[in-house]
Design a protein around this ligand. Structure first.
Ligand SMILES: Cc1cc2nc3c(=O)[nH]c(=O)nc-3n(C[C@H](O)[C@H](O)[C@H](O)COP(=O)(O)OP(=O)(O)OC[C@H]3O[C@@H](n4cnc5c(N)ncnc54)[C@H](O)[C@@H]3O)c2cc1C
Length: 299
């Protein structure tokens, strides 16, 4: 299916007015990297494309606002991958932005589009969930906020109303927090994750705290795993903890077998990757100058 018309919006406010007028047959296009693929494959795309790609200003900005970092929905992955603010405050998102797609894709692909596309394998989603991020939504009826972890209802589906879009995403700056992202994929670029994970934590008097763990591509939606978090929170890091966490993370997966991987492999990788992230955290804390290492594992 091809769009029957494309309307260029001068602002997000104008875009949501058009969405409200045109009803469910209309949809926004930002970088177009997902929508172009859908169109090429003959999959359903909106009849009316409301093009928000040329909107400038706050919709593209990445700024600190008091104790939060706010990222406009039109911020590209290239901008996020180059942001020192994101690198310092949510390294997991910075790492995901640096390995997603290819340079050409990162130049166009937006954070809002990654959320709107709602793929369980969307690489920004585990980092945002692990970072306690909130999505700021806009419609012609006003604004509302939803935790990113509550946005997704199924593969390709969100709880956004047809006339609603993501205006921005923000996350709290947690002093002293570490975060990391890993994904398992066959190739370094032009590939979709077989599974991915993000972990955020702090270390307080030798004990792990403020723990968040999120998994991608192992369930119909990106998944926060409170059971695994509860096992880590308040504990001292040691080998026994790693074994238990690995097992729990594997069990948390609700993976399916598809063209990219098998359910069993994905579940195994959940355990391995979450353990790797915990080990990286402890290594970085012991040697703050050290690097966390590769964010992607070939498989
Ligand atoms: C070759 C290739 C490689 C890729 N590699 C990766 C990868 O490694 N990791 C990964 O995660 N993704 C990857 N992708 C997928 C894609 O690039 C991302 O999902 C990207 O972030 C989509 O952003 P966009 O601006 O291009 O979205 P668009 O294609 O413009 O839109 C995608 C969907 O989101 C909706 N949307 C757009 N903006 C908003 C908004 N502000 N609010 C609400 N809904 C909105 C649209 O209506 C549409 O349904 C890849 C794609 C290609 C073609």
């Amino acid at each position: 299916m091809h769009p029957s018309s494309v309307m260029r919006a001068a602002s997000l406010e104008e875009a949501v007015e058009v969405l409200a007028e045109r009803g469910p047959s209309a949809g926004v296009v930002a970088g177009g990297t997902d929508l172009a693929v859908r169109r090429r494959r003959g999959l359903p795309v909106p009849e009316v494309w409301v093009d928000i790609s040329s909107i400038s200003g706050p919709a593209r900005d990445i700024v600190r606002s008091q104790d939060r970092v706010v990222i406009g929905a039109l911020a590209t992955f290239r901008a996020i991958a180059a942001s020192d603010l994101v690198r310092r405050t949510l390294p997991a998102l910075y790492q995901a932005a640096n390995i997603m797609g290819s340079v050409q894709i990162r130049n166009r692909a937006t954070l809002g589009g990654n959320i709107g596309n709602a793929s369980p394998a969307g690489d920004s989603l585990p980092p945002l969930i692990a970072g306690d991020a909130t999505a700021h939504l806009l419609s012609s009826r006003g604004r509302r906020d939803i935790p990113v972890e509550d946005l997704f209802t199924g593969p390709g589906q969100t709880c956004l109303a047809p006339d609603e879009l993501v205006e921005a995403v923000s996350y709290p700056v947690l002093e002293g927090a570490w975060s990391g992202f890993r994904r398992v994929a066959t190739r370094a670029s032009h590939d979709i994750s077989k599974m991915s994970a993000a972990l955020r934590a702090t270390l307080e008097q030798g004990r792990l705290a403020a723990v968040r763990v999120a998994l991608g591509a192992v369930a119909p939606v990106p998944l926060r795993v409170p059971d695994v978090e509860a096992m880590i929170d308040g504990r001292v890091f040691n080998g026994a903890l790693l074994d238990a966490v690995g097992l729990a993370a594997s069990r948390a997966a609700r993976a399916i077998t598809d063209v990219r991987s098998t359910a069993g492999y994905r579940a195994d990788m959940c355990g391995e990757v979450v353990v790797e992230l915990l080990e990286s955290f402890i290594r970085d804390r012991r040697d703050p100058s050290g690097r966390a290492g590769l964010q992607q594992r070939r498989a």
